[in-house]
Ligand binder design. Structure first.
Ligand SMILES: [Zn+2]
Length: 178
């Protein structure tokens, strides 16, 4: 099936702004463009629901605005999943975005990688994996806190950068993506 690229919906933008406000305040300075990819991609046999990159240079002349990052989201999957999953997905992509306006922006990799069967056989056997245990405990604590608190976050005029859905010819986007 041909991959179609289109403007991301406002639900993507709302969640991105919320995640930036909560967890990625340094990205308030960044200009982040979102597009929909009609379906998920596959990388090394795994389904990829969203992906961030530095804004492709070849797309810059096609837009009036300048962007630092481009994030695509699988439209098909976005429409199927709950807000919790949507938040995790966007939060994950935003974790790859590092830097600032002055020093410039870059993409960082994941902080751990492992096969599930290794964890099954050997447990959390190295320092990176041991950190996960700590994070899992923290997550459960947070979940507990969430039950007793109402976390309503207002996204306000503090944001100087932009989080926007952009519209570009599908063929141009296809060519710019790896
Ligand atoms: Zn990632």
């Amino acid at each position: 099936m041909t991959i179609e690229w289109s403007e991301a919906s406002q639900s993507v933008i709302h969640i991105a702004m919320e995640m930036i406000e909560k967890y990625h305040p340094h990205l308030k300075e960044a200009n982040i463009a979102f597009v929909y990819r009609s379906e998920a991609a596959t990388n090394k046999g795994r389904k990829v629901l969203a992906q961030v990159s530095k804004f492709p240079i070849r797309l810059i002349p096609l837009l009036d605005e300048e962007y630092d990052f481009l994030i695509w989201v699988s439209k098909e999957d976005w429409e199927k999943v709950s807000d919790d999953i949507r938040e995790a997905l966007i939060d994950h992509e935003l974790c790859h975005c590092k830097g600032n306006k002055f020093a410039g922006w870059s993409i960082v990799g994941h902080d751990f990688e492992e096969f599930t069967q290794i964890i099954e056989r050997h447990g959390f056997w190295n320092a990176d994996l041991l950190q996960i245990l700590d994070k899992v405990e923290k997550y459960h604590q947070l979940e507990f806190d969430r039950l007793s608190k109402n976390l309503l976050d207002a996204v306000d005029e503090e944001i100087h950068g932009k989080v926007e859905a952009i519209k570009l010819p599908s063929a141009e986007l296809e060519g710019a993506m790896e």
